[in-house]
Ligand binder design. Structure first.
Ligand SMILES: Cc1ncc(COP(=O)(O)O)c(C=O)c1O
Length: 371
C-alpha cells in the first residue's frame, strides 16, 4: 500500500535543485557566508512581496519574534497578550524579552486570538499584543489593531505559518508595527536549514533590528547596546531567493487542495473543519480537522495509508515550563479543545488531486467507523 505523507519536500526540492545549486555557488564565489549579498537580496525581495519597507533576515523564526518584541519596546516586567494554542516559540520569545505571556483564548473559527476577549485580558502592564496566524488562517486583526491603537501599544503578527495569506486583501506580516516569520524547512517558504525574518515599515525599527542581529554594532567594533549573533547564513538567503517567486503559486495550490478537502468532508458527522471568512484568504499551511476521538482517528487513518500530524497536542499554558504562570486545565477552553481534538491532514503543494481525493475517502471511512 502506498502511503500519503503528511508532508514531503522531495518533489519541490528536486524541481529547484539546479537553480538552488547555482545560488549556493554564487554565495561561495562571493564569500558572503554570514549575511552578505544573497541575504540582502532576499530581504529586498521579501519586503517587496509583503509591501513593507524592510525585511530583516535572522537565523530562526524564534529569533525574529524575540527581535520584534525588543524592537517594539517590550522590556522586563511587561505583559504581552498572545495565544496558548501555537508553537511554543511565540511564548519563548516573550519570555526571552523578559516579559510575561498573558494568554487569550482562541476563536474556534480561525484558531487564532479571539478579538472579543482581548479588551478584558489587558492589564496595566500590557505593552504589546502578539496574535498568531496559525495554520495560515488570518486572525480577525482589525478589532485587535483598534484596541491596541486606543491603548497606544503595538501589535506584532506571528506569520510563521501565514506567508502570503491575506486579511481583507492585505498581506499578513504587513499589518502590525513589526512582524515575524520563520523559514524552518517545513514552512510554506522553507529554507534548507534554519531561518527567520522580521518585517516592518518603521525605519527606526529596521535599523535597530539590523544592529541587534550583528552584535549591536553601529560601525565596526562600536557596540551601542547588548547585541546578539542572529545573522542568517548566506546559503539560506540564496535558497529563499530561488523559492520566493514560487510562493504565490504554491499557496494557490494549497487552496485548491483545501477546497477538495472541504468539499469532501464538510458533511461528516463528528468532524469539524475551519471555514474561510469573507475577509480572509488563508494559505492552509496546515489543514486541521477536529474529532473527539483523535488518537483512534489517526491510527485508523494511518492504517488506510494516510499520515497525519498534530498541531499542537498540549497548549502552552499547560506546559511544565510555564507552570509558574498559574494557569489550570479549563483556563482557556477553546485552546484546550483544539489541542485535544486537532488532526492535520496531508498538505503540501505537490500533493496530487488523486492523493487529496484518497485522503477524503479515507477520512470519510474513518468517520463512518467511529460514528
Ligand atoms: C507559529 C510559529 N511561531 C514561531 C515559530 C518559530 O520558528 P522557528 O522554528 O524558525 O524558530 C514557528 C515555527 O516553528 C511557528 O510555527
Amino acid at each position: 500500500m502506498s502511503v500519503i505523507p503528511f508532508l514531503s519536500l522531495r518533489e519541490q526540492t528536486a524541481a529547484l535543485r539546479e537553480e538552488v545549486l547555482q545560488g549556493l555557488a554564487s554565495v561561495i564565489d562571493s564569500q558572503g557566508f554570514a549575511n552578505g549579498p544573497a541575504v540582502a537580496k532576499f530581504e529586498k525581495e521579501l519586503a517587496t512581496f509583503l509591501g513593507v519597507s524592510d525585511a530583516v533576515a535572522v537565523n530562526t523564526g524564534t529569533t525574529s519574534l524575540h527581535a520584534a518584541l525588543l524592537c517594539a519596546g517590550v522590556s522586563p516586567g511587561d505583559d504581552v497578550l498572545t495565544v496558548s494554542h501555537t508553537w511554543i516559540s511565540t511564548s519563548w520569545a516573550i519570555t526571552y524579552a523578559g516579559a510575561k505571556p498573558v494568554f487569550v483564548d482562541i476563536d474556534p473559527t480561525t484558531c487564532g486570538m479571539d478579538p472579543k476577549l482581548v479588551e478584558r485580558a489587558l492589564t496595566p502592564k500590557t505593552k504589546a499584543i502578539l496574535p498568531v496566524h496559525l495554520y495560515g488562517q488570518p486572525v480577525d486583526l482589525d478589532p485587535i489593531l483598534e484596541i491596541a491603537k486606543a491603548r497606544k501599544i503595538p501589535v506584532i503578527e506571528d506569520c510563521a505559518q501565514s506567508l502570503g495569506a491575506k486579511y481583507k486583501g492585505r498581506q499578513t506580516g504587513s499589518l502590525g508595527l513589526v512582524n515575524a516569520t520563520s523559514f524552518y524547512p517545513g514552512k510554506n517558504l522553507g529554507a534548507f536549514g534554519e531561518g527567520g525574518a522580521l518585517m516592518t515599515s518603521d525605519a527606526g525599527i529596521a535599523a535597530r533590528a539590523r544592529r541587534l542581529r550583528d552584535h549591536a554594532q553601529e560601525g565596526r567594533h562600536n557596540h551601542v547596546e547588548i547585541g546578539f549573533n542572529w545573522r542568517m547564513d548566506g546559503f539560506q538567503g540564496a535558497v529563499l531567493s530561488v523559492k520566493l517567486p514560487h510562493l504565490d503559486k504554491w499557496n494557490a495550490r494549497r487552496r485548491e487542495i483545501a477546497a477538495i478537502y472541504r468539499a469532501g468532508l464538510s458533511d461528516q458527522k463528528g468532524l469539524t473543519l475551519l471555514g474561510e471568512h469573507a475577509w480572509s484568504t488563508p494559505i492552509w499551511h496546515i489543514f486541521p480537522v477536529f474529532h473527539a476521538k483523535r488518537d483512534d482517528f489517526r491510527a485508523r487513518l494511518e492504517a488506510k495509508g494516510v499520515q497525519s500530524g498534530v498541531h499542537y497536542p498540549r497548549p502552552i499554558h499547560l506546559q511544565p515550563a510555564y507552570a509558574s504562570l498559574g494557569y489550570k486545565s479549563g483556563s482557556l477552553p477553546e485552546s484546550e479543545k483544539a489541542a485535544t481534538t486537532e488532526i492535520s491532514l496531508p498538505m503540501f503543494p505537490e500533493l496530487s488531486d488523486e492523493s487529496a481525493h484518497k485522503v477524503v475517502q479515507a477520512v470519510r471511512d474513518v468517520c463512518a467507523e467511529l460514528a
